[in-house]
Design a protein around this ligand. Structure first.
Ligand code: GAL
Length: 450
């Protein structure tokens, strides 16, 4: 029985993949090996993560996918006599199926990784020209009581005949080849390589959460919704606040700056993916980790943990488990990401130097209107709002609002006219505004521009 359909989503006439079991309606919550383990993966790593999900309360907080990234198949690259990919027996002695069975027995879901080229980025076997057999293999490996599975599909190593006529990479502007006005990027070779995997995935007897890892190439935000459930919007994240590490690894601020240009390309059944979390990694301070998590949650990005869970610091774990931010990200009623407002300087194009994305962001949820105040400066700073300037906040009747701190879960107090607080260097205040009686200050409002 088919359980998923390509249907026009309500807004803008864009098609989206809608599944009866709800897969992909909300951003995915999970863990992925790449940011912390690189290619140093094996079955034990994933089983330990699954156990930690249970022991640390991450499963109870809603995290469900445990995702294998690059480097899981055999080297030298080869396929078996039926053309199927071969898991590395040293890393996965029970195969991927053996691991999936154990993960499912713990009430969690598995994710696998492949590439829309002949090889992955780390030069392992890719799926281009093998889409049918690979989709069937992944589905087969996942089979048991919980039919859901995640496929992250990368964008490396495709033959040159698949190059796009009008190349577009937001993270490498020097490689852009200008398209004529009105050009439909849904007709690009990149879109076609991702569709080649979509159709076999949709024909399996299970729902496969399809995460396009296209780095924003070929304006994936314009065709991602009808192709998969989420789409990577930029080059790889790296655990630094600002700037860039090497050619393709970006800090939190430049990626957030790009998100400020694309906050409204997300909705139910389709989510812009601002990359896996670096919360707890590298040199990020606790405040920087808080800002990273708050903004990714507020942008309705998939929240895929990328840190080692063994020995995780309690303050980092508390960030990842913040109930109110997760509830905002997973809101069943309001699909939109937060939008920037009160711009204190013009939005700049994203470069490694974009250290100052907008400081004021607003969105709505079933619980109220939420304002996020990000201090991008290197010193503590007063940040605030005049209530009349906050989009969506209905100041026509009562002008007093109850201000609530989403980090502590405590009410700060009732305020009239405006609210200001001191925000630490690189920290983010996550606030919820309700009417003084606790009622929603404007339940008709969704943050849509234009
Ligand atoms: C990159 C991708 C990363 C990771 C890596 C593996 O293209 O953006 O998230 O998957 O490949 O080689």
């Amino acid at each position: 029985m088919r359980t998923h359909f390509l249907v026009p989503a309500l807004a803008g006439g864009v098609s989206a993949i809608v599944s009866e079991d709800g897969t992909g309606r909300l951003p995915a919550l999970g863990w992925n090996s790449w940011n912390e383990y690189d290619c140093n993966i094996n079955e034990r790593v994933f089983l330990q993560v699954a156990q930690a999900f249970i022991d640390l309360g991450l499963k109870d907080a809603g995290y469900e996918y445990i995702n294998i990234d690059d480097c899981w198949s055999v080297q030298p690259r080869r396929r078996d006599s039926q053309g199927r990919m071969i898991p590395d027996p040293n890393k996965f002695p029970n195969g991927i199926k053996g691991l999936a069975d154990k993960i499912h027995a713990m009430g969690l879901k598995l994710g696998i990784y492949s590439d829309a080229g002949t090889m992955t980025c780390a030069l392992y076997e890719g799926s281009l020209y093998h889409e049918e057999v690979d989709a069937a293999t992944f589905a087969d490996w996942g089979i048991d009581s919980d039919p859901r599975l995640d496929l992250k599909y990368d964008n490396c190593q495709y033959p040159s005949q698949w190059n796009d006529q009008y190349n577009y990479r937001p993270d490498i502007p020097s490689e852009t080849v200008q398209a004529p006005p009105g050009y439909d990027y849904g007709t690009s070779n990149t879109a076609e390589r991702y569709r080649r995997m979509r159709d076999p995935l949709l024909s399996q007897d299970r729902t496969i959460q399809y995460s396009l890892c296209a780095w924003g190439a070929a304006h994936v935000e314009r065709w991602g919704n009808q192709t998969g459930h989420s789409w990577r919007m930029f080059g790889d994240i790296y655990p630094i606040w600002a700037g860039k590490n090497g050619g393709y690894n970006w800090g939190i601020m430049p990626i957030l700056n790009q998100a400020a240009h694309h906050w409204n390309d997300t909705g139910f059944w389709g989510h812009g993916d601002w990359d896996m979390l670096e919360v707890g990694n590298g040199d990020l301070t606790v405040e920087e980790s808080r800002s990273h998590f708050a903004m990714w949650a507020a942008l309705k990005s998939p929240l895929i943990i990328g840190t080692r869970l063994e020995g995780i610091q309690s303050d980092i774990l508390a960030i990842l488990k913040n109930r109110e931010l997760l509830a905002f990200n997973q809101d069943e009623v309001y699909a939109d990401a937060v939008m920037p407002f009160n711009l204190d300087r013009p939005l700049e194009p994203t470069t490694p130097n974009s250290a100052h994305p907008p400081s004021h962001w607003v969105g709505t949820s079933v619980a109220g209107i939420h304002v996020f105040l990000l201090n991008t400066e290197n010193y503590p700073r007063d940040l605030g709002v005049t209530f009349a300037d906050v989009p969506g906040l209905d100041t026509s009747g009562a002008r007093r609002f109850l201000v609530h701190d989403m980090w502590t879960g405590q009410d700060i107090g009732e305020y009239e006219g405006s609210f200001t607080l001191n925000v630490r260097r690189h920290d983010t205040a996550a606030l919820r505004f309700t009417a003084v009686d606790g009622g929603h200050p404007n339940s008709d409002w969704t943050p849509r521009l234009g």
